[in-house]
Design a protein. Structure first.
Length: 250
């Protein structure tokens, strides 16, 4: 499949970028819709996103480069070549979360309050963004004879991008339902995202052949275990000490 979606002013626009940008816009739309539903200030959300999204993208790239530095050591300018792919979601989550907490501290906004607004959109964006991996023929699994396998370099392999995409959409639907009907405390949606997405990612990493490695172990699996533990701890903490959804909105 052609990796170029179209050409604009002599510049080839990659499908990878188009898909990521589309996923972002959909996420913003859904988050604004939730703001209107609960009475949260839309301008505050936009300001929040303008901080965490660029930081998240940069950190996602730096995270990937840190574990694949051999690819860039002789041509470091390629670190800036975002169009070639190579964004690690865990790096984006860590960087975005730190930037978001600083923003909320400065603006005196409850972090868990605003993060629960965007979390379902984030996981949906991840699910849509995985199709960029399909276009780039990356993030796939090992050989398989299953009928839904895809051909990469002439070999039939697990479409792990598809597995995660489907799982992410299901997690999105669950979080939307939970947020509307079951949530009692701010932070529960984030906690459930950590638990559910990390469990899915741990399984999918067992099938992938291009995983980032650290000391012979798959980095994503190590981080996933950590996030599951954090998610469980966070869920318990907010149930005991968190702000309820009936508290005054910012």
């Amino acid at each position: 499949m052609d990796k170029n979606a179209f050409t604009l002013l002599g510049i080839d626009i990659k499908w990878y970028g188009v898909i990521i940008a589309s996923a972002f816009l959909i996420g913003v739309f859904l988050s604004i819709k939730e703001c209107r539903r609960i009475g949260f200030k839309e301008d505050t959300l936009i300001d929040f996103l303008l901080v965490i999204v660029p930081v998240g993208i940069i950190c996602a790239r730096l995270y990937y480069v840190a574990f694949e530095w051999r690819q860039y050591i002789n041509d470091p300018i390629q670190i800036l070549n975002f169009r070639a792919g190579g964004l690690a979601i865990h790096g984006g989550i860590i960087g975005g979360a730190i930037a978001g907490m600083i923003f909320c501290k400065v603006k005196k906004i409850r972090f868990f309050q605003i993060i629960d607004i965007i979390t379902p959109a984030v996981v949906l964006g991840q699910g849509l963004g995985r199709w960029g991996n399909f276009i780039n023929e990356e993030a796939h699994g090992g050989p398989t004879d299953l009928p839904w396998g895809i051909l990469v370099n002439g070999q039939k392999v697990h479409p792990t991008f598809l597995y995660e995409s489907i799982a992410d959409v299901l997690i999105f639907l669950f979080l939307i339902w939970y947020r509307k009907h079951k949530r009692k405390n701010e932070g529960e949606v984030l906690a459930l995202y950590f638990i559910l997405y990390s469990a899915v990612r741990f399984f999918i990493e067992s099938l992938r052949t291009d995983s980032l490695m650290f000391l012979g172990l798959k980095t994503a699996q190590l981080v996933s275990i950590g996030l599951i533990i954090i998610g469980i701890g966070l869920f318990i903490f907010v149930r005991v000490n968190g702000k309820t959804k009936t508290d005054r909105l910012q």
